[in-house]
Ligand binder design. Structure first.
Ligand code: NAP
Length: 357
């Protein structure tokens, strides 16, 4: 039978103490808390999108004691994408299927996955702490933040009120309800155009409302949208208000930003894809972020606090693509493995901010 001796690690202060942890007197008469080895992870990954799942896969391959925590279903934003056509190796695959493949692949290495909500990530001198909604505190050497982003809102009257009654941020989820109807898509990026194309297969008419005279989306998507007769692009136009009657959304008020002309366009649904904002509420104080709230990292995806990494859409970068989120996950896990190895080898690694935020 394998020996099951318990090893202990020193932790510095009261906040670092997990439940029912033994407490010993140290030589200086002060109390030191001891973290049982089985409570201590090498890496905790927060978020189960492509970045988090790839980090999990590489962490397991590096024999790190790892856990991935995701409050929803694994897959992140891509799980609700209709079709992904630029992930190498797959000419076309649904977002759900691709995210499932990520999940199954990480699972094949027995990655532990908890479906729980993380309420805080707290840097510590010896170990970092990840607290769950349940109150459980998980100690870890390294943390990978992979919390992604959420759809940005237009913040116009009627948007919040009629969300779910004709206003949507997900064509794959809600497009079905608009079969044979008229919808408006707001935005000019890849997401807006992709979703407009998806909706054109279902709806009778799709208006694509964009605030400028040129789309931000990739050329190939632009061409497809322009070739789709069900899509009509309304250039230099912004949405001012969503209106509804007793059946739900019935119109959107538009303004031409050049002429100033306003009109009510009768529609049954309003799909809003005007970018997204990083989910940075769990980013601990002291970690450097840019003006838009994206976490600034070095080339190892390490933040300004040692042992805390950020990957995917949360991280400041040139392009936000699935393949890049996956690459980030790989980088963070490999760098994390080195970090953990150094710590376990007894070398001192500064666990506090390297540079002030
Ligand atoms: P995005 O590229 O940031 O585009 C947002 C669009 O919304 C822009 O056209 C922007 O207009 C418009 N917009 C922003 N705020 C607005 C406002 N208040 N009122 C009206 N319009 C507003 O966001 P995204 O399309 O969600 O894409 C995010 C990232 O994911 C991008 O890097 C994109 O390439 C990537 N992505 C890739 C794929 C793919 O490769 N298959 C699919 C989806 C997303 P302006 O152009 O005038 O700024």
């Amino acid at each position: 039978m394998r020996e099951t001796a318990t090893r202990f690690f020193m932790v510095p202060d009261d906040q670092d103490q997990p439940k029912e942890m033994p407490v010993n007197e140290n030589q200086n008469g002060g109390k030191e808390k001891l973290v049982q080895q089985e409570d201590l992870y090498d890496v905790v990954i927060v978020g189960g999108g492509p970045g988090g799942l790839t980090a999990g896969l590489y962490a397991m391959r590096a024999a790190l004691k790892s856990v991935l925590i995701e409050k929803g279903l694994p897959g992140g934003q891509i799980a609700i994408s209709d079709s992904v056509e630029n992930y190498p190796g797959f000419e076309s695959i649904s977002g759900f299927e691709l995210s499932d493949k990520f999940f199954q692949h990480a699972g094949s290495y027995d990655l532990e996955v908890l479906q729980e909500e993380v309420t805080s990530v707290d840097p510590g001198l010896e170990h970092h702490s990840v607290t769950l909604r349940t109150g459980r505190v998980i100690k870890t050497h390294a943390v990978v933040l992979a919390t992604g982003g959420s759809p940005r809102e237009l913040e116009i009257p009627g948007e919040k009120e009629y969300y779910g009654k004709g206003v949507s941020y997900c064509a794959t989820c809600d497009g079905f309800f608009f079969r044979g109807k008229t919808v408006v898509v707001v935005g000019g990026g890849d997401t807006a155009v992709e979703e407009a194309l998806y909706l054109s297969k279902i709806a009778e008419k799709v208006y694509l409302v964009h605030r400028r005279d040129a789309l931000r989306a990739s050329r190939i998507l632009q061409q497809r949208a322009m070739n789709e007769c069900k899509i009509e692009i309304l250039w230099n136009t912004v949405a001012l208000e969503v209106k509804a009657d007793e059946h739900g959304v019935c119109a959107v008020t538009l303004e031409n930003v050049q002429s100033g002309e306003q009109r009510d366009l009768p529609v049954d649904g309003v799909f809003i894809f005007v970018g997204f904002i990083p989910n940075n509420s769990l980013v601990p104080q002291g970690i450097k972020m840019n003006a838009d709230g994206y976490v600034v990292t070095d080339e190892k995806c390490e933040t300004s606090i040692s042992g805390i990494f950020a990957v995917g859409d949360l991280r400041e970068k040139y392009a936000r693509q699935i393949v890049i989120a996956a690459a980030d996950g790989c980088t963070a896990a490999l760098a994390g493995a080195h970090y953990v190895e150094v710590r376990k080898g007894g070398e001192t690694v500064c666990a506090m901010p390297v540079s002030p935020a």
